[in-house]
Write a protein that binds this ligand. Structure first.
Ligand SMILES: [Zn+2]
Length: 103
């Protein structure tokens, strides 16, 4: 991620969050040992943090961005990453999203 854009130019165009999922999984998808928000990490919409991201677009250049806001007790942590089609991956879940609804 880079900071070479003006956040005030961003406008919200949608969300990756599935309204049917009350508590999206916190599992991450990193087959190549990347970390969340690594520049080369896969963007897996069904996996954390993308399953809680909103999609924003830069009004200046039209580039789409993923934006995730983490709400802690006394802080909010905002992450923004450019949405690049070649990074998007849709792997199946190796494990069920939560242990409560199995079978
Ligand atoms: Zn821009």
């Amino acid at each position: 991620m880079s900071g070479d854009f003006d956040r005030s130019q961003l406008r919200r165009i949608g969300s990756l969050r599935d309204p049917a999922q009350e508590e999206p999984t916190y599992e991450e998808y990193h087959p190549d040992g990347t970390h969340a928000w690594s520049d080369d990490a896969p963007i897996a919409p069904d996996w954390f943090p993308y399953n809680r991201c909103e999609v924003w677009e830069c009004a200046g250049c039209g580039r789409p961005f993923l934006r995730y806001t983490e709400f802690g007790g006394y802080y909010t942590d905002e992450r923004i990453r450019e949405l690049r089609a070649e990074r998007v991956a849709r792997p199946p879940h190796a494990e069920p999203p939560s242990g409560t609804a199995a079978g």
